[in-house]
Design a protein around this ligand. Structure first.
Ligand SMILES: *[C@@H]1O[C@H](CO)[C@@H](O)[C@H](O)[C@H]1NC(C)=O
Ligand SMILES: *[C@@H]1O[C@H](CO)[C@@H](O)[C@H](O)[C@H]1NC(C)=O
Length: 384
């Protein structure tokens, strides 16, 4: 009997050690999956409420696609769980506690509610700042950039713990998380400067400020000028290739207010040399119809079914993503997927924001099969 105890103990201890990195301060700042493994990148599709079902967590379920997977997989729990991919990833902000050597920027044109940060909540949907939402978190080695579409997400660091707000439950939402080495955050900061984000919480320690000067400037500006967006001489737009920690290339498209044009039709499609099917929030005013001028067909998606779960209208989806109708290799420029924070409407032509694109066959198939029906150029509904 004694020998059983002795042989079981080491296994038990080694399991403990395996799990310690999540709670300890030594795990790398990274995107994490549902299992708690650091991953190079993931896409998350938070599904809208399925009105045909009445389960209590309806509207908090998601599909996940990470590097190495073969397509969408069902999320293990809900977007509100601290043990899910989103909770583990964004949760690093709160679990860092008093670690002042970590830099972070939280930005959202729809800030979290006032009780979270002791400031007056302002709905900036109509403001001149960027229509842009995201999280940047890094230390002296590496970090992640999460671009998403969820209003009032995530909570400020002072909130002390991760949660997903009720404002993001009813509609579909998208997330792209990519893990990058430190030096990439120099460029990411410059892209964000072009986006003119509404920063509602941030910290860039002195030890990192000279390494990521644009992020430091964005954070500084928040403290100096609050809600004003006085941008003297920023670029109107710029696209850059960002290589992830493990070597995957992404293209970041960032535009500012002065770009004054539709991101997808005037810039992304011609740059990628690809037609695009675009999902966006169609409840805003001045929606841009599908546009087949300039040599590229940019079609508004109207009906969606990611992962063949259930079919919903674009009007129930607050996500902003675009996919090439054709695979890579079928003619020029196929196989792209872009996930970002800008809609196709008149007001957002004059707002900052952008999208992050990747040409990967698995990601392409996951998004391409989600697009069922589109608006034809000139009107009418067609199969995408
Ligand atoms: C998320 O979890 C917190 C704490 O468990 C809970 O108070 C909150 O109502 C949940 N939010 C949603 C949108 O489910
Ligand atoms: C800005 O966008 C235009 C298309 O409107 C494109 O031709 C140009 O190359 C972009 N500029 C940069 C720096 O990416």
């Amino acid at each position: 009997m004694g020998s059983t105890v002795i042989s079981v103990m080491p296994l038990f201890l080694s399991l403990l050690i395996l799990y310690v990195p999540l709670g300890g301060g030594t795990s790398p700042i990274s995107c994490y999956n549902d299992q708690g493994d650091a991953v190079d990148w993931f896409y998350m599709y938070k599904l809208p409420k399925d009105h045909g079902r009445k389960s209590p967590k309806e509207g908090e379920k998601y599909l996940l696609l990470e590097k190495g997977s073969e397509g969408w997989t069902d999320g293990k729990g809900t977007v509100n769980d601290t043990t899910g991919a989103l909770g583990r990833t964004v949760g690093q902000l709160y679990s860092q506690g008093k670690n002042t050597e970590v830099a972070y920027i939280l930005y959202n044109d729809q800030r979290p509610p006032e009780e979270d940060f002791g400031d007056r909540w302002v709905d900036n949907s109509g403001s001149r700042g960027g229509h842009t939402k995201g999280v940047v978190l890094l230390d002296k080695n590496q970090g992640f950039w999460l671009v998403h579409s969820t209003p009032r997400f995530p909570p400020v660091r002072q909130a002390g713990e991760y949660y997903y707000p009720s404002s993001g439950v009813t509609n579909g939402q998208n997330f792209i998380c990519v893990t990058y080495p430190l030096d990439r955050f120099r460029t990411i900061g410059e892209q964000l400067q072009i986006n003119q984000p509404n920063v509602y919480d941030c910290h860039v320690p002195e030890s990192l400020a000279s390494l990521v000067p644009a992020l430091a400037a964005i954070c500084e500006k928040k403290h100096l000028s609050g809600h004003t967006f006085a941008h003297a001489k920023t670029l109107s737009n710029r696209s850059v290739t960002l290589t992830s920690k493990d070597g995957t290339n992404f293209i970041s498209f960032a535009k500012g207010a002065s770009f004054d044009n539709d991101l997808y039709h005037s810039w992304v499609a011609p740059t990628l040399q690809s037609d695009l099917l675009v999902q966006f929030w169609i409840h805003s005013k001045g929606i841009l119809p599908s546009d087949c001028s300039l040599g590229w067909k940019v079609l508004d998606i109207t009906l969606i079914n990611p992962g063949q779960k259930f079919t919903f209208k674009a009007s129930h989806d607050h996500s902003k993503w675009a996919v090439s109708p054709k695979a890579a290799g079928e003619g020029v420029g196929g196989g792209w997927v872009c996930v970002g924070d800008i809609n196709r409407n008149e007001a957002e032509e004059k707002r900052g924001g952008g999208t992050v694109c990747q040409q990967d066959p698995v990601v392409w198939k996951a998004y391409r099969t989600a697009a069922l029906e589109c608006e034809a150029c000139g009107g009418g509904t067609i199969q995408c």
